[in-house]
Design a protein around this ligand. Structure first.
Ligand code: GRG
Ligand code: 1GP
Ligand code: MG
Length: 235
């Protein structure tokens, strides 16, 4: 089966709780050359803030996906190409693996054709997502590779996401996840801030995710990371 992300090199993650750089618009954001925009963040996200970003980005060509951090922020919008739902494989308890999902399915009427999961392996203990999910980040490269294989082979996950939100990760661990996968797509996110860092991580993954850089530096810096990722995969 083919999925849209099979062809992606770069995803831009827009945090609805954070501002763009002064003078920059969502039109600029959509014209960075990124392959898709994921809208989400761990803290202080609301459905209203989500809606504002989706509406602002709706009229441009780039695919838009919501990445909700809990069922309460999911929005129903025809502008969305789909929903990328995290499940945290190394969470400290079942709530962030299947519990939140069970609640969502219980209270909501899902559009299954647009709903996909991402098997997160959270590795930066200082990130909000690690604290929230009580993730066990004390993992060696072979642990990370094994989690990736479990996600793909035992749980049928089509996306495995090595998450270092806020810091540039250990390439050996990212490579271990990459080597473990046959068909699933490996997303890497965390600390990508320029051409070089994008180029380096793209060599060890299928899709790099760039987040805070957009809010901290702006669209020109993001465009450099798109080049870095594309060059790594074209090489
Ligand atoms: C079942 C539904 C609809 C939702 C649950 C989805 C789950 C399991 C979420 C847990 C993990 C999580 C909170 C993911 C959100 C995406 C993410 C990691 C965003 C990056 O957040 P950070 O960069 O760490 O936080 P801030 O940018 O908010 O500081
Ligand atoms: O904000 P950064 O560090 O780029 O991380 C991107 C993304 O993986 C966060 O979920
Ligand atoms: Mg963030």
């Amino acid at each position: 089966m083919t999925n849209p992300w099979d062809d992606w090199d770069h995803v831009l993650k827009v945090d609805p709780d954070k501002d763009l750089q002064p003078g920059e618009t969502f039109e600029d954001v959509c014209r960075t050359g990124t392959d898709a925009i994921e809208i989400g963040g761990t803290l202080d996200v609301t459905a209203e803030k989500m809606t504002r970003v989706v509406d602002a980005a709706a009229e441009y060509d780039v695919p838009l996906y919501q990445e909700p951090s809990n069922p309460g922020v999911v929005i129903d919008s025809p502008a969305l190409d789909g929903y990328l739902i995290p499940t945290v494989f190394n969470a400290g308890g079942p709530f962030w693996i299947t519990g939140a999902h069970k609640e969502w399915v219980r209270i909501d009427d899902l559009d299954w054709s647009r709903t996909h999961t991402e098997a997160y392996i959270v590795l930066n203990p200082d990130a909000a997502v690690a604290e929230l999910t009580d993730a066990n980040c004390d993992l060696a490269a072979d642990d990370v590779g094994a989690y990736a294989k479990v996600a793909e082979r035992m749980f049928g996950q089509e996306i495995v996401y090595v998450e270092y939100s806020g810091t540039f990760g250990d390439t050996e661990k990212v490579a271990a996840a990459h080597d473990a996968l046959d068909d699933a797509t490996l997303f890497y996110g965390g600390g990508i801030h320029d051409y070089e860092s994008a180029n380096e991580m793209a060599a060890h993954s299928d899709v790099i995710v760039v987040g805070d850089l957009l809010h901290d530096e702006g669209v020109d810096a993001v465009r450099e990371t798109v080049k870095g990722a594309k060059d790594a995969h074209d090489a």
